[in-house]
Design a protein around this ligand. Structure first.
Ligand code: PLP
Ligand code: SF4
Length: 366
């Protein structure tokens, strides 16, 4: 039996499926990591060296998906620190210039009609390619609640906002009661038409998606959820159950992944991920170009290679299984795609089919 399987056997099912148990028993250091995998020298060194700078926390559920013997495992690489995070020259602290686009604390407004509302700084685990792994101080709920009230006041006073995306951190780290309070406050604002939650918990802690949570969310429709699967191995029966609960509550569920070198940057893996998602009725929405943050250069895929990868899916799987590959910039998301529209020739336009053939379509200028 692998060490992961042996560790899992020591835990009672009722504890394992209790999301609060999972939160309280998260892996936080090299000794706890060693209960699930055989840490490499590189991983041990990185956990020790980075402990003061970047948060390292993994839910037992997600830890159980790691390959105990293979440090290159795509699950393991997303959450276990590596020495490559040190000594990376390219990173910038705030690549999206979120501070400049913030009309009020915790709100990022890049578009006229919609905002990202960062409701907390907490996630169930911290992904190594993400800005949120940066250390930030713990804070208490009364302070957080006051900050949220200030942002709610701003939204109330800004009638252009019709779409509010709750993000963080991760809004599902909140208890049902706190989230219900926040959603009820937003729902009471007449110009807020749709609510969205961005959450990775269906992937990293699927037991968070309880029937009680779904019954609460259902009362705040129209509410959309975008989650964040990056690899087909994350599509477990537990994750499938979480997505099924959400969709049965009438919530359209989408997926936003990040293109990560050595994790999902080949056509076969991306295709397996996207086809697995649509089998769960989860619509692949965006795939992000990874941001150049400090300590993330080893995850980076050049944009041209990303464009070729998604070109390789076109025509080769269901159209709705293909996400839009995007670059997030301080001026909004920019679609990155192979130019299928080649140009004009007299009364015709030339387009390129998925097989690379040219097609001439009659298209007079007027
Ligand atoms: C991504 C994002 C949105 C939502 O964008 P959509 O393309 O509508 O999904 C809104 N505000 C900010 C700041 C964002 O980064
Ligand atoms: S769950 Fe999302 S916000 Fe949290 S660390 Fe991972 S990518 Fe970042």
């Amino acid at each position: 039996m692998s060490r992961a399987a042996a560790t899992r056997r020591e835990i009672a099912d009722a504890d394992w499926r209790d999301w609060t148990w999972q939160m309280r028993h998260r892996v936080r250091n090299a000794e706890e990591l060693a209960r699930w995998v055989r840490p490499s020298e590189d991983e041990r060194g990185a956990v020790a060296a980075l402990a003061e700078r970047f948060r390292f926390v993994i839910t037992p559920y997600y830890a159980s998906l790691m390959d105990p013997e293979d440090p290159e495992c795509p699950i393991r690489r997303q959450v276990v620190p590596r020495l490559a995070e040190l000594g990376d020259p390219h990173g910038v602290a705030d690549p999206l210039d979120e501070v400049a686009h913030s009309p009020v604390k915790n709100v990022v407004r890049v578009y006229e009609d919609r905002i990202a509302f960062c409701v907390n700084n907490e996630c169930a685990l911290y992904c190594r390619y993400c800005l949120r792994k940066r250390m930030v101080g713990d804070e208490d709920w009364s302070m957080r609640r006051r900050e949220l009230e200030t942002a709610l006041d701003w939204i109330r006073a800004t009638p252009a906002i019709r779409d509010v995306l709750l993000t963080g951190g991760d809004p599902l780290v909140f208890s049902d009661d706190r989230l219900d309070w926040l959603l009820t406050s937003l729902r009471a604002i007449p110009h807020v038409e749709i609510l969205r939650l961005g959450t990775r918990l269906p992937v990293t802690l699927p037991f968070r998606v309880t029937d009680a949570l779904c019954r609460m969310l259902e009362r705040h429709h129209p509410l959309w959820v975008n989650t964040h699967f990056n690899h087909p191995r994350e599509l477990t029966p537990e994750a499938a159950e979480a997505c099924d609960r959400l969709t049965r509550a009438g919530i359209p569920v989408g997926n936003q992944s990040v293109l990560l070198a050595g994790i999902n940057d080949d056509v076969a893996t991306m295709k397996a991920l996207c086809e697995g998602l649509v089998r769960l009725r989860v619509r692949p929405y965006y795939c992000y170009q990874a941001q150049l943050l400090e300590g993330t250069a080893h995850f980076r895929v050049p944009i041209e290679r990303g464009v070729e990868l998604f070109r390789g899916l076109r025509g080769r799987t269901s159209g709705f299984a293909i996400p839009q590959y995007v670059l997030d910039t301080p001026h909004g998301k920019v679609p990155l795609s192979h130019p299928h529209l080649v140009g004009r020739e007299g009364d015709h336009v030339l387009v390129e089919t998925f097989e690379g053939k040219l097609w001439r379509e009659l298209n007079p200028e007027c």
